[in-house]
Design a protein around this ligand. Structure first.
Ligand SMILES: Nc1ncnc2c1ncn2[C@@H]1O[C@H](COP(=O)(O)OP(=O)(O)O)[C@@H](O)[C@H]1O
Ligand SMILES: [Mg+2]
Length: 273
């Protein structure tokens, strides 16, 4: 049975897709069998993994509509890493799902049919808390929250945590916060440093030790259809994503993680805006 992670944050441009793709690649590099599900109609993950537009269907849209994993999943050029691609069609699913019974559990049901083939499944969510993100969160054991080190991120985070709490209460009691990942960190920027310090103080357990630096190689890689680990293995971004993968693996069993989450609830209350 795979451990299923959603990369979620209703803010766009915080590093969800970059983190999903590179964390998945790093885990595949250490011999884990990984699937990435592109659940954002923009299809950035599909582009970043070199999947041409004409090859993006069947994908996540068709999978939600009942097509099999075998039809919707394809191998990438990276050993042990598979992709369920997507195209703009998926935007329609957000509307079509509304009238369907059990609309929040469609992805969970579909993933249950393929979950035993993988060690990890990463779902890349769109920048909203709509039905696609909801489906991803209901299907997941953990949510990973990429965040940029800037002031507005803090406001967005408390909103996201409240939404997660509602989902835990009503739709997926097993969902745990797998961690907050700080991305695009610039150590010369004082605000970056302050935000990092503040988040570490309030969420000491949930925050990942590994911080992803701002690194131009990371932003160049998708235009070559490659994760940064394949584009430039020695750059600071690649090293950080390898560290993040190791940290994820060392974080222990699901039960421990849930306790971590309860501990950090206190921090959230003190700090919520
Ligand atoms: N560590 C990084 N260093 C430099 N640029 C980055 C880094 N992480 C992400 N980016 C760039 O920032 C932009 C937003 O990242 P992306 O992963 O697409 O965010 P999201 O999926 O949350 O919208 C992209 O252009 C990406 O290439
Ligand atoms: Mg994205």
């Amino acid at each position: 049975m795979a451990q299923i992670y959603s990369l979620a944050n209703q803010k766009g441009g915080v590093g969800k897709t970059t983190t999903a793709m590179n964390l998945a690649t790093a885990l595949a590099a250490i011999k884990k069998h990984v699937l990435v599900v592109d659940a954002d109609p923009q299809g950035n993950m599909s582009t970043g993994l070199g999947c041409l537009r004409k090859n993006r269907a069947p994908g996540t849209y068709e999978f939600l509509a009942g097509a099999s994993g075998a039809e919707c999943i394809q191998a990438t050029h990276i050993p042990l890493l598979d992709l369920m691609p997507t195209n703009e069609e998926l935007a329609g699913a957000e509307i079509e799902l509304v009238s369907i019974q059990g609309r929040e559990i469609k992805l969970k049901e579909a993933l249950a049919t393929i979950s035993d083939k993988y060690d990890f499944i990463f779902i890349d969510c769109p920048p909203s808390l709509g039905l696609l993100t909801l489906n991803a969160l209901v299907a997941s054991h953990f949510v990973l929250i990429p965040m940029q080190c800037e002031f507005y991120s803090l406001e967005g985070l408390s909103h996201l945590l409240r939404s997660l709490e509602r989902i835990q209460g009503q739709l997926n009691p097993d969902l745990a916060v797998g961690g907050i990942i700080l991305t695009m960190y610039d150590r010369r920027n004082k605000l970056s440093h302050r935000v990092l310090t503040e988040i570490r103080e309030h969420f000491p357990k949930v925050i990942f030790e590994t911080v992803i630096p701002r690194n131009v190689r990371v932003s160049e890689a998708p235009s070559f259809g490659k994760p940064v680990l394949l584009y430039d293995i020695g750059c600071s971004g690649s090293r950080a994503y390898m560290d993040l993968a190791r940290e994820l693996l060392s974080r222990g069993a699901p039960e421990e993680k849930k306790q971590v989450q309860r501990v950090d609830k206190e921090g959230e209350k003190k700090w919520a805006v």
